[in-house]
Design a protein around this ligand. Structure first.
Ligand SMILES: Cc1cc2nc3c(=O)[nH]c(=O)nc-3n(C[C@H](O)[C@H](O)[C@H](O)COP(=O)(O)OP(=O)(O)OC[C@H]3O[C@@H](n4cnc5c(N)ncnc54)[C@H](O)[C@@H]3O)c2cc1C
Length: 382
């Protein structure tokens, strides 16, 4: 790999070799061929964190508040990502998704999701009844469902590596094993973009930004279904989520490699627990959650209970069919007042942009988010 360090002057430094940093780096060089752009990644390989440890779902844009960045960039981003993958030979499958209301009590929330999906112009979205949902997923049960045929699966780490290859082919430089600091980047680059996932807040504060919001990392663990049972699930089966939470709920997913997962749970990441608990927003958030009774936390504590609830959606699934699989840590911003920041947030400091909140569906939205970030970088550079 061709490496040029920040010891040389550069026009733009991008901190973070996840899907967002790489999509942004690629976009900037497509716009400004000949510019000196460097990606700095502290790990020895790309896409080690959120980008390599997620559900792998190309979301269609159903859940997000109409008019929000998430709504707009998810729909645009998914469209762009399918086209990109087709053009670059990255494997994707549009397996479709069902959001299942287990009983009548969940129908009002399903109605609200349908309203949002239509407002966001999600392609192909339709409502199905109990029989209709069994035509799509013969082993699933429920009172009604929303069917999104355009929801698909991909390996986002593979997408990120493909963005990196485009970037390098256009003359970009990637330095692995390089933990960047704000002082170093400021000293040597004209402008910087921080796409640092769970380190986003620390680096932004180092650059003089407000400490609010803080990243509170949530560990999301997945269970894997025994391959002998894999014919029970064709695509993606999701619950109706709590509309007040940015998490989509524990889902059953057929991945691009054919494995079926159940997850993710949500538990405050143990390695950053002390730091998370020092943030007043964490306590305010927790107080609110105990009232709404967030099930992902219960699931994180009891894998068996977690697996048992899968049978609410697919009765033939048994807790004994699942074994522990991988886990990913979500970099979720939490405001001082305890609010989980819902939308994507990008803020500015001196000669830098900071991605302060880019949870799901940021991988789906990566090409569209990169365009938005690049517009802002160009405005600042000019
Ligand atoms: C459990 C889980 C499930 C998800 N499911 C989906 C899904 O199905 N669909 C979807 O669209 N999205 C999903 N997401 C969200 C998606 O994975 C993220 O939004 C996306 O990967 C964010 O990309 P990123 O580049 O910002 O972050 P990351 O991939 O976390 O990359 C940040 C990088 O910055 C590097 N870094 C940090 N500090 C420094 C430093 N000082 N110097 C150099 N490098 C540094 C880190 O090493 C890391 O590689 C999920 C996330 C999780 C965790």
């Amino acid at each position: 790999m061709h490496t040029v360090s920040l010891r040389a002057e550069c026009d733009l430094a991008i901190v973070g070799g996840g899907i967002l940093g790489l999509a942004t780096a690629r976009e900037m060089l497509l716009r400004r061929p000949g510019a000196v752009v460097v990606v700095l990644e502290r790990e020895r390989e790309l896409a080690r964190h959120q980008t390599g440890r997620n559900s792998g779902v190309i979301h269609a844009g159903i859940y997000y508040a109409p008019g929000s960045l998430k709504a707009r960039l998810c729909v645009d981003g998914a469209r762009g990502l399918y086209a990109y993958c087709e053009e670059h030979g990255v494997r994707v499958e549009k397996r479709g998704k069902l959001i299942v209301a287990r009983d009548e009590s969940e129908l009002p929330r399903l109605d609200e999701l349908e309203r949002r999906g239509r407002a966001n112009e999600v392609p192909g979205l339709r409502r199905v009844d109990a029989d209709g949902l069994r035509e799509i997923e013969p082993h699933a049960r429920g009172a009604a469902a929303l069917h999104s045929p355009e929801t698909g699966v991909v390996d986002f780490a593979e997408v990120a590596r493909s963005f990196a290859a485009d970037f390098q082919a256009a003359g970009g430089h990637i330095e692995l094993g390089h933990r960047a600091t704000v002082a170093e980047v400021r000293g040597r680059a004209r402008f910087a973009v921080f796409c640092a996932g769970s380190a986003a807040d620390t680096l932004a504060v180092e650059a003089g930004a407000d400490p609010d919001p803080r990243i509170v990392p949530f560990r999301g663990a997945y269970l894997k279904l025994r391959p002998e049972k894999s014919e029970l699930v064709r695509g993606l089966i999701y619950p109706v989520p709590d509309p007040d939470l940015p998490f989509l709920g524990v889902h059953i997913s057929r991945h691009i490699d054919g494995n079926i997962s159940l997850g993710p749970s949500a538990l405050l990441a143990p390695n950053r627990l002390v730091r998370s608990l020092a943030w007043p927003g964490t306590w305010r958030m927790a107080r609110r959650w105990w009232r709404t009774g967030i099930t992902e936390i219960v699931h994180a504590v009891s894998a068996r209970r977690f697996a048992r609830e899968a049978a609410d959606y697919v009765p033939e699934l048994d807790p004994g069919d699942f074994t522990p699989w991988y886990a990913g840590v979500r970099a979720q911003a939490v405001a001082r007042d305890g609010r989980l920041v819902d939308d994507f947030v990008i803020s500015e400091t001196e000669r830098a942009l900071h991605v302060r909140n880019a949870p799901s569906p940021a991988a789906t939205s990566s090409l569209a988010l990169a365009r938005l970030i690049a517009d802002r970088v160009e405005r600042s550079l000019d």
